[in-house]
Design a protein around this ligand. Structure first.
Ligand code: AMP
Ligand code: MN
Ligand code: MN
Ligand code: MN
Length: 272
């Protein structure tokens, strides 16, 4: 069975519609898929599996922060009709709008003209994330590609890295638990944290009610997987895995294509 429990549709910063995403997941042999859009459950409200050869698990990826580092918490297998998760997504969507204004103000001060309107022009649905600002920055010639736009303007510690509008870590964990879901610390290797700080983050996360971590997130080497499995065991967390797929053009992250979870840790789906 292939479980891909982290992916994005164009309801957030993915390239495909939820239906196209599900079609592609089936094509790539995924048996169980979670669409985990940033701060929205719009895709969960669509009836996508209906008679097809795939099982869908409700998901969301909440933005939050811990000690001034922006981090992401995936919620899995909650009741999508729970009022709590709907209100949580609405609150985060409002926070995202406010944050877009703050990012734009910061970027303007750094010489990026027309930042908000430019970012909006790449998002017909109205969702705005840092990738939309990155595309605008590239389009006006202030960076040579998306990677460079992130590196100079949007990555951790840069002026476009605005985190204070998000709900607290404690709050997002509570929302997920209250909706009957499982809080999962997303892609632990993606944060600018030393191993000892990552350990502290995981300890805090668990203490606040967090239940799982992504042991495998997209392409990582066997050493990284071993290291994450070790942390997972040490903290007695459940183990999740996913591609963090955003679209066909990001060829390094494909639906269902990542290392299997190591043995000796408990897969998160045992609690579904
Ligand atoms: P946001 O949700 O607005 O904070 O934007 C974060 C998103 O930006 C992530 O989920 C990725 O999709 C994307 N991202 C983060 N870092 C990079 C990068 N270096 N290059 C391209 N996209 C990135
Ligand atoms: Mn994203
Ligand atoms: Mn993420
Ligand atoms: Mn993601």
């Amino acid at each position: 069975m292939i479980y891909d429990l982290h992916s994005h549709s164009n309801f957030s910063d993915g390239a495909l519609t939820p239906r196209q995403l599900v079609d592609r997941a089936i094509e790539f042999g995924v048996d169980v898929l979670a669409i985990t859009d940033h701060d929205t459950i719009a895709a969960c409200r669509e009836n996508l599996a209906n008679g097809r050869n795939i099982q869908l698990v409700h998901g969301i990826e909440f933005s939050t922060q811990w000690e001034n580092t922006g981090i992401h918490v995936v919620g899995l297998n909650f009741a999508a009709d729970s009022a709590i998760i709907g209100q949580a997504a609405n609150q985060q969507t409002a926070a995202r709008q406010l944050r877009a204004q703050q990012i734009a103000d910061n970027l303007e001060k750094q010489g990026i003209s027309n930042a908000l309107a430019g970012a909006r022009s790449y998002s017909p649905g109205g969702y705005i994330g840092r990738p939309h600002f990155a595309r605008h920055i590239v389009s006006i010639g202030k960076a040579k590609n998306m990677q460079a736009a992130f590196k100079h303007y949007l990555a951790a510690g840069k002026s476009g890295d605005v985190k204070k509008t998000w709900a607290s870590l404690e709050q997002v964990i509570q929302w997920i638990l209250a909706a009957g879901g499982i809080p999962v610390l997303a892609h632990p290797l993606k944060y600018p944290l030393t191993r000892s700080k990552l350990l502290r983050l995981l300890q805090d996360f668990r203490q606040l009610g967090g239940l799982a971590m992504e042991v495998v997130s997209g392409q990582q080497n066997p050493d990284q997987t071993r290291s994450m499995a070790e942390l997972c065991r040490q903290l007695d967390l459940l183990a999740s895995c996913g591609s963090d797929f955003h679209g066909p053009e990001t060829h390094w992250a494909e639906l269902g294509k990542f290392q299997p979870l190591p043995v000796g840790i408990t897969p998160v789906w045992e609690r579904f």
